[in-house]
Design a protein. Structure first.
Length: 286
């Protein structure tokens, strides 16, 4: 059923994935691999989501590159140990475990929302692994907790997290967002274990990356303009990134990859090809 929407949009389904688990800290991290080679596009979902958000990207991306999708620890089909912190450094290191398990040496990393910040932390901790970063409605460095974020944390800690999470997800939408996207985001969020939801949200502001080093690889920033959009993002991006393509999609929601897949795929593939030209692959990507 997942791929029925592809047909409606005139997109093709991906080839059969190789679903596997990487070992990380005594737990399993689920990933799927499309294609061959030691260089790939790696797709990282956000908070209380899973790899299903990339359903419209895999068929387009795998025509040109090996593609890796993963469920971050605690999400989707990955294990959710109670002992994990689910902070940004730990989540970033789980990507490293997946790349080792998949035999991928270098990657263009595409991260959405919290996954964008996880991708940045991954690049800071494993710079030789990253050819380029595509950050989708996320940020380079977690901002200080806002009053809204603190209220959200209070709601979560009172275990009224289902209502709080639903309201938070609704704030990421725009008036023309298809209802199925909102319902899908709500469904996946409800399936994410409570301890993961709470710790990952708190961990967003507790990264063990103390200082953001300047980023020298190409960066694409695609930003939505919703009620929850942070302010003054572009200035920070251009201050810390040598080569930054910063774009705001004013009529798209937080889930732009699902809402406008053809436009999204074209922009990200153009960026990925540019990033690889700047850092040429050592061999075939397929």
């Amino acid at each position: 059923m997942r791929w029925l929407a592809l047909a409606v949009l005139g997109l093709t389904a991906p080839t059969s994935a190789e679903g596997r688990f990487a070992s990380f800290g005594g737990a399993r991290v689920y990933f799927e691999s499309y294609g061959e080679g030691d260089e790939a596009i790696v797709l990282v979902h956000g908070w209380a989501a899973d790899a299903g958000i990339w359903r419209f990207q895999v068929p387009a991306f795998e025509k040109q590159f090996r593609v890796i999708t993963l469920d971050l620890p605690g999400h989707g089909r990955s294990d959710a140990p109670e002992r994990f912190s689910y902070d940004q450094a730990q989540l970033a290191d789980s990507i490293e475990a997946v790349l080792r398990g998949a035999g991928v040496r270098r990657a263009v990393v595409v991260g959405h929302s919290m996954g964008a910040h996880v991708a940045v932390v991954f690049q800071q901790r494993h710079p030789d692994r990253v050819v380029g970063l595509a950050l989708i409605d996320g940020f380079l460095r977690a901002p200080p907790p806002s009053p809204r974020h603190l209220a959200l944390m209070a709601a979560f800690e009172s275990r009224d997290f289902q209502t709080a999470m639903a309201a938070f997800i609704d704030s990421m939408m725009v008036p023309n967002t298809p209802e199925w996207i909102r319902l899908e985001a709500q469904r996946v969020a409800r399936q994410t274990p409570y301890h993961v939801v709470l710790r990952a949200a708190k961990g967003l502001h507790r990264s063990r990356q103390p200082r953001l080093r300047r980023i020298h690889v190409p960066v694409l920033a695609l930003m939505a303009l919703t009620a929850d959009s942070p302010k003054n993002q572009e200035r920070w991006f251009r201050w810390r990134v040598d080569d930054c393509d910063y774009r705001v999609w004013a009529n798209s929601s937080h889930f732009m990859m699902m809402e406008e897949p053809e436009r999204f795929n074209r922009v990200v593939l153009d960026f990925a090809n540019r990033a690889w030209r700047a850092n040429p692959p050592s061999g075939p990507t397929r």
